[in-house]
Design a protein around this ligand. Structure first.
Ligand code: NZQ
Ligand code: ZN
Length: 382
């Protein structure tokens, strides 16, 4: 381990079958609780019923309708309700969108100005209302990290900000059985690419972090076809759920260089076209690997060798095979890998280039991915 680092993750994970009932012991008594939900999938799969049973005797109200890619417009309503009802604790029940939205609600209830200020300038976040989560979709890691990604529907923008961690998160893998196949595929791609964004930079910083990351990616490659064959396979879904949490809770990032270029380009595609997050990543990744192949060469070769067992050919051929192997993996789980398959073309690429140039965006482990390089990356994904 070459580099110094600080690490702290305070979230308690409560994992396994039947764990939603633990809410009754884990939630603090004597608080006024806001329970936040998405669009209603929890009413079909029994999660809502289990939460209500566990919350008997607690003083709580509900907020419904946090949408995928949660918008500040919707969250402002929850924040107003939270202020009016003097909420002192929040429980998020849902996927990454509900948990991310809850992070903004938690920061904005004690804040006097508009919530969007906090997304743009998280340094304005002061006191936060404590919160916890019941996770229903393995993908984002939001259940055990302090990040949140919030959209502004009016401006067609989407930004990440960092605030605080859930106090505890309940992960019962049986709740994932009701997920649509597409959401599972997006969750697998998101998890895989979270690991890659913390890995595909430079070599020889930490053999432990490298192997931890490679282990998560190998596990996903092994699990994916089994989950595709039967998404009610408890052990496989449980393993996937844990992979997703471990991929973005800081455990693979200790002392290593990161590059979130694929994510930040993907967020623009979601902001402009509403495409599901994991799907955008499965498209953009190949472009990032192609265009940055020289800079990322040593790590790409290690990735190909250790994760996909690519040992034959020249260095350039091995990198090509590695990029192909990723694309095949995403296709096999049911995602598309080209922009034209979603009817997205040059116009969007130009908008993203202009946005990055006007914001002075610089991504990549060396800060050398600007609007022009992002354009080049996206052109590889057409
Ligand atoms: O809203 P409901 O009706 O609950 O339906 C949801 C939603 O339509 C449904 N769903 C969730 N659990 C289900 C279920 N359907 C059936 N059975 C279940 N058990 O799935 C749909 C998608 O949910 P969503 O929460 O949007 O998905 P995900 O967890 O992938 O979250 C995506 C959001 O997280 C952000 C993304 O940008 C995006 O806005 N991310 C957050 C990160 C973080 N906090 O660290 C990092 C990620 O890179 C990502 O950017
Ligand atoms: Zn992601």
């Amino acid at each position: 381990m070459k580099n110094n680092f600080k690490f702290q993750n305070p979230t308690q994970l409560i994992f396994g079958k039947g764990t939603i009932a633990h809410l009754a012991q884990e939630l603090p008594k004597n608080e006024k609780i806001l329970v936040t939900y998405g669009g209603g999938s929890v009413k079909q799969n029994g999660v809502y019923e289990q939460v209500c049973r566990a919350l008997q005797g607690f003083n709580y109200i509900e907020f419904w309708g946090i949408e995928p890619n949660p918008t500040v417009e919707t969250l402002r309503k929850a924040i107003a309700l939270g202020k009016q009802e003097k909420i002192t604790y929040i429980l998020a029940v849902g996927g990454g969108s509900v948990i991310d939205g809850t992070k903004l609600i938690s920061a904005a209830i004690p804040y006097d100005g508009d919530a969007w200020d906090l997304v743009l300038k998280p340094s304005k976040i002061g006191k936060m209302v404590p919160f916890a989560s019941v996770l229903t979709l393995p993908a984002t890691g939001s259940e055990m990290n302090c990040g949140a990604v919030i959209s502004n529907a009016e401006k067609k923008e989407k930004y990440a900000f960092y605030s605080s961690f859930p106090q505890f998160s309940i992960l019962d893998p049986t709740v994932t059985f009701s997920l649509p196949d597409f959401q599972i595929a997006c969750g697998i791609a998101d998890t895989f690419i979270h690991v890659l964004e913390q890995y595909l930079t430079v070599t020889d910083e930490s053999p432990l972090m490298d192997r931890w990351s490679e282990g998560i990616m190998q596990t996903l490659i092994e699990l994916a076809p089994k989950i595709k064959a039967d998404k009610t396979n408890y052990e496989m879904m449980a393993e996937f759920m844990l992979c997703a949490t471990m991929a973005l809770n800081g455990f693979t990032a200790m002392g290593v260089t990161e590059d979130w270029a694929t994510h930040l380009i993907g967020h623009e595609i979601t902001a402009l076209h509403g495409i599901t997050h994991g799907q955008t990543l499965a498209i953009v990744l190949q472009g990032t690997m192609q265009v940055m192949r020289e800079q990322k060469k040593a790590k790409l070769l290690q990735f190909g060798e250790r994760v996909f067992n690519i040992l034959e050919g020249t260095e350039e051929q091995r990198i090509d095979k590695t990029i192909d192997a990723c694309e095949q993996f995403f296709c096999a789980i049911g995602l598309v890998t080209k922009l034209h398959e979603l009817n997205i073309g040059e116009e969007t690429i130009n908008t993203i280039k202009e946005r990055f140039l006007s914001r002075g965006t610089r991504l990549g482990e060396r800060g050398n991915i600007d609007g022009y390089v992002a354009e080049e990356i996206l052109k590889k994904c057409l």
